[in-house]
Design a protein around this ligand. Structure first.
Ligand code: FAD
Ligand code: GLY
Length: 359
């Protein structure tokens, strides 16, 4: 049997999560012919996330990662409007602000709210909260709606999305990728982009490892839905609570070093429920809606790996760890500019894979 499949595609994106889809769309809008190959669309971390756009609440305090995150947060409103206008699907972008309550007095900063102010800002917080930070420029997007919006936009633009197709090997010769071996035969293109999230190390020796996060959601009871008791994200200690406009409340997340072990566990769910109901006790009587888990693509220094690779025609877009939803617009832009226009933005220099093997 001839296992060889020759596509005429110029660019192949390996991985169909938020990063792969958004990059494919950016390249398509520049005029490229693009295909996305995806082992398992439903397993993408983009479906499992909370959707917080939270450089400040996540305590990214200085340096190139902060620059990257702030640049992406800035791009969000216009970028999301662009995707929505192509797809017709609302992605639930909401600059609702993030409140970070604390049980103990900590170093105060310009964003610090004292006890009276924080309880005034959010009714129903635990009485043990002594103050907290308020980050009005942080916010959220409904990540599941975003991934639907990206998928539909990609289809409207004529991007071929091959789900259930696993790339098993990246074959190369003299510093160039020659072809991909896949579960459906060999595939070639002029250029390749690796956007395989937590699974990246299965294809290339780069230090991206899975960090499991368990999540659950509750529903605001019908009689309270008209005024939604929570209209900003609460980013507590070891817990966050993210209200959606439709009355769902997302609660997350564990951070576990257990490889790709699937499923929710009693310990994980108990940790979420204990911390969430301590911080915001009215959740105790809200109906539980759903529980799920996903795998963050973590790197040793928590920065993504973006840009060139050991091979001329392979570009890396992976390792976004806790902030991949936030970093989607800037990643798509930087990678598309690099691949299509050979323009390397300064923001890319600290994100190179070479920082892990400098010789
Ligand atoms: P993924 O979304 O994981 O997609 C990778 C895709 O590649 C998958 O579909 C996979 O099947 C496919 N693939 C893998 N290997 C192959 C192969 N060999 N061949 C073909 N396809 C392959 N980020 C935020 O900014 N804000 C948040 O609030 C937030 N909350 C999070 C909460 C949790 C519980 C988790 C798990 C993550 C959270 N994140 C958050 C992080 C964010 O979800 C990720 O950083 C982001 O989704 C990574 O996107 P990606 O496209 O690189 O990878
Ligand atoms: N950024 C939230 C998380 O990764 O859990």
């Amino acid at each position: 049997m001839n296992r060889s499949m020759q596509f005429g595609s110029e660019i192949i994106v390996i991985g169909g999560g938020v990063i792969g889809l958004a990059t494919a769309i950016e390249l398509r809008l520049m005029g490229a012919e693009v295909k996305v190959l995806c082992k398992d669309f439903k397993a993408a971390a983009g479906h499992a996330a909370a959707g917080m756009l939270a450089p400040q609440a996540e305590q990214i305090l200085t340096g190139s990662m902060l620059d990257l995150c702030l640049a992406s947060r800035e791009l969000y409103p216009e970028w999301v409007r662009k995707i929505e206008s192509i797809s017709g699907v609302d992605a639930g972008y909401w600059q609702c602000g993030i409140l970070a309550p604390r049980y103990h007095q900590v170093d105060k900063s310009i964003q610090w709210l004292d006890m009276a102010t924080i309880h005034d800002r959010q009714a129903g917080l635990s009485e043990s909260i002594v103050g907290g930070y308020w980050y009005p420029a942080d916010g959220q997007v409904d990540n599941r709606a975003l991934i639907r919006s990206l998928f539909d936009a990609s289809q409207s633009l004529g991007i071929k999305f091959l789900d259930g197709l696993e790339v098993t090997n990246i074959r190369h010769n003299c510093g160039r990728v020659t072809h991909l071996e896949t579960s459906q035969g060999d595939i070639t293109a002029q250029h390749y982009i690796l956007a395989t999230g937590a699974w990246s190390q299965q294809l290339l020796p780069i230090p991206v490892v899975p960090r499991k996060g368990q999540m659950l959601s509750v529903l605001v009871p019908t009689e309270q839905i008209a005024y939604l008791p929570l209209q900003q994200v609460l980013f507590g200690e070891e817990i966050y609570i993210v209200p959606r406009r439709d009355g769902k409340i997302i609660i997350g997340a564990t951070n576990e070093d257990v490889g790709f072990t699937p499923q929710n566990t009693p310990r994980g769910v108990q940790q979420l429920l204990t911390n969430a109901t301590r911080l915001f006790p009215i959740l105790q009587d809200f109906p539980i809606h759903e529980s799920w888990w996903g795998f963050r693509p973590a790197t040793p220094d928590q920065l993504p790996i973006l840009g060139s690779s050991p091979y001329d025609n392979l570009t890396l877009a992976t390792g976004h760890h806790r902030n991949g939803i936030l970093l989607t617009p800037i990643t798509a832009k930087l990678i598309a500019d690099l691949v299509w226009h050979q323009q390397a933005d300064n923001l890319l220099s600290a994100m190179s894979y070479q920082r892990f093997n400098p010789c």
